[in-house]
Write a protein of this length. Structure first.
Length: 65
C-alpha cells in the first residue's frame, strides 16, 4: 500500500514512476512527482521504483487562458 495525494492506493508497489503514471493515464510531460518529500526528476521516472509505504504527491500543470 502507498499513499498518493493523501489517499491510500494498492497495486503500485514494484512499478516505476513512469509505469505508475501511464497506468493512471497521467500526462507525464506535465506532471511533477514528489516521493517521500523529494522531487523525482523526470529523467528518473523510468528507473525509480515505488516501494511499500511510499508517499507520492502528483502535481499537474494545466495551461489555459
Amino acid at each position: 500500500m502507498i499513499i498518493v495525494n493523501g489517499q491510500s492506493e494498492a497495486g503500485a508497489v514494484g512499478l516505476t514512476i513512469a509505469d505508475f503514471l501511464r497506468q493512471r493515464k497521467a500526462p507525464i510531460e506535465n506532471i511533477v512527482v514528489e516521493k517521500n518529500g523529494e522531487i523525482v526528476h523526470r529523467a528518473d521516472f523510468e528507473t525509480v521504483k515505488i516501494v511499500e509505504n511510499d508517499h507520492l504527491e502528483l502535481i499537474s500543470f494545466v495551461g489555459g487562458g
